[in-house]
Design a protein around this ligand. Structure first.
Ligand code: GAR
Length: 208
């Protein structure tokens, strides 16, 4: 059966990319295939994970380009060459412009390590999200997978999962629990849901 072609954008360790690769290998992500991984950091371990899985990689750093437009232009070129159906932001630490996101309506999804609308938007990324959750004193946090539009972390929610905050948690401990119990579960599940929907629409002859 035909599969949706997925490009994953990363910046760091790539544990969410790994969760997607593992889900594909196990047949849980069956309506999509990861065909390209793009990193904006040359030393991201996520690139090694992609290579180990035999997935094509590309590096596009902001320093190589004079403007955000030129930086995004190169990413768009790679995405088009790949005939990408779905873009997954998996720990991609750059905010994409409205010009970029409006090209791919409901074709970009992102995983965020909190229960949106808490602790999200500009400035909330990576460990900072968990620092903010602990500073506020919430007893429950979690992760969200959502569509990406021009509002940072503002697109329609696809899936969420709650995670308990425990006595004595550090930002690092909480980050790990949110990844294990929520992100690595809902990101592959949401990817499968969105890909299966894209394939279904294609078969019905709707534009995808
Ligand atoms: C993940 O926790 C992801 O949710 C978060 O960065 C981490 C990347 O880890 N993303 C954001 O904060 C985006 N706003 P990974 O590279 O191991 O997947």
């Amino acid at each position: 059966m035909e599969k949706a072609r997925i490009a994953v954008l990363v910046s760091g360790g790539g544990t969410n990319l790994q969760a997607l690769l593992d889900a594909e290998r196990r047949g849980e992500l069956k309506s999509g295939e990861i065909t390209l991984v793009i990193s904006n950091k040359a030393d991201a371990y996520a690139l090694t994970r992609a290579e180990n899985a035999g997935v094509r990689t590309a590096i596009v750093t902001k320093a190589e380009y004079p403007t955000q437009e030129a930086f995004e232009g190169r990413i768009i070129e790679l995405i088009e060459e790949n005939r990408t159906d779905l873009i997954i932001l998996a720990g991609f630490m750059c905010i994409l412009s409205a010009d970029f996101t409006s090209r791919y309506p409901e074709r970009i999804i992102n995983v965020h390590p909190s229960l949106i609308p808490s602790f999200c938007g500009k400035g909330y990324y990576g460990l900072k999200v968990h620092e903010a959750a602990l500073a506020y004193g919430v007893k429950v946090t979690g992760a969200t997978v959502h569509y990406v539009n021009e509002v940072p972390d503002g697109g329609r929610i696809i899936m969420q999962r709650a995670v308990e905050v425990k006595e004595g948690d550090t930002p690092e401990i909480l980050q790990r629990r949110v990844m294990e119990e929520a992100e690595w579960v809902i990101l592959p599940a949401a990817a499968e849901l969105v890909c299966s929907e894209l394939i279904r629409k294609k078969h019905k002859g709707e534009m995808i």
